[in-house]
Design a protein around this ligand. Structure first.
Ligand SMILES: Nc1ncnc2c1ncn2[C@@H]1O[C@H](COP(=O)(O)OP(=O)(O)OP(=O)(O)O)[C@@H](O)[C@H]1O
Ligand SMILES: Nc1ccn([C@H]2C[C@H](O)[C@@H](COP(=O)(O)O)O2)c(=O)n1
Length: 269
């Protein structure tokens, strides 16, 4: 039976995996070069006990359908919304509200870079620090890999990617590495006047954000980078009809009313 499963591959493989115990399933996955993402989903099934049948003999049709639906990658690519706007426009604040209301996973490129910078033994720590301090954009190879890993590790399928793509290098790298693997929905663009952005970041710094770039000197550079490098990316998406623009000036709750409408109109409940 195992040999038949190995020979058959694809859909049939997953159906047959259900008939074996967990370690056999894992070894079959390895033989088929199952991707890390698929492998993790398989592991989640086991840990969530959805596939109790890994450890007993019977596999119901329902279990088979559920397994296939989640494991087979071509059936459901992860959905991605890019969240862009100036420094302090309120991207992170609104993302938290979207997570709560629509169960997206929030991945902030800036947060992932700061985590990587702080990770002991990271080969990129010094490079990331120098880019962040100067308000410059870290090379996409670093950022895109952090994003892809975080997406895979989450085991989820709806992502808000906050603060990315920030320049042409980000966009090119994403297109090379990720565009075939995801279903890109739209850019959520928080439009905020420059003086408001500065005021919010400085207040955030004064409130103890601990960020090395919440100061006037770094902010000038970040705003310059935003105007020169990020706005052209937003314009690019606008030209292909993929931007949902939100006025970020009002209170956070007011802003969210408009954000909520965008997601409901896009079919989320
Ligand atoms: N609509 C709003 N009105 C007033 N203050 C806000 C609003 N939205 C966010 N803030 C505050 O402004 C600061 C910046 O917000 P937030 O961290 O969400 O911005 P951001 O766009 O994610 O910033 P960055 O790009 O620098 O990470 C925070 O202190 C937040 O509490
Ligand atoms: N795509 C990105 C996103 C962020 N960074 C660096 C440079 C930014 O100034 C810093 C902070 O980002 P934020 O938290 O404000 O979104 O992180 C980058 O290089 N590339």
């Amino acid at each position: 039976m195992l040999n038949a499963a190995i020979r058959s591959g694809g859909t049939y493989l997953y159906r047959d995996l259900c008939k074996f115990n967990y370690s056999t399933a894992i070894s079959v996955c390895r033989q088929f070069n199952t991707t890390q993402g698929q492998f993790q989903k398989l592991a989640q099934f086991c840990s969530k006990s959805i596939l109790r049948s890994f450890n007993n003999k019977s596999v119901t049709h329902n279990t088979y359908v559920k397994t296939n639906k989640i494991i087979m990658p071509e059936e459901q690519k992860p959905q991605v919304v890019f969240v862009l706007g100036g420094p302090g426009a309120g991207k992170g604040t609104q993302c938290s509200k979207i997570v709560e209301r629509f169960q997206f996973v929030h991945l902030s490129a800036g947060d992932l870079l700061r985590e990587e910078r702080a990770r002991e033994g990271s080969e990129y720590g010094t490079l990331i620090e120098s880019y962040i301090r100067d308000g410059k954009i870290v090379p996409v190879e670093v950022t895109c890999s952090l994003l892809e890993n975080a997406m895979q590790n989450s085991g989820k399928t709806k992502f808000l990617i906050d603060g990315f793509p920030r320049n042409q290098d980000n966009l090119d790298g994403w297109t090379r590495q990720m565009s075939d693997k995801v279903d890109f929905l739209f850019v959520l663009f928080f439009n905020c006047p420059e003086d408001k952005c500065v005021e919010r970041c400085l207040a955030r710094g004064q409130a103890g954000s601990g960020r090395s770039d919440d100061n006037l000197e770094s902010l000038k550079k970040r705003i310059q980078t935003y105007n020169n490098d990020s706005l052209p990316i937003i314009k690019h998406y606008e030209q292909i009809g993929k931007v949902q623009q939100i006025d970020a000036n009002p209170s956070a709750d007011e802003v969210f009313k408009n954000v909520e409408k965008v997601f409901v109109d896009a079919g989320f409940q």
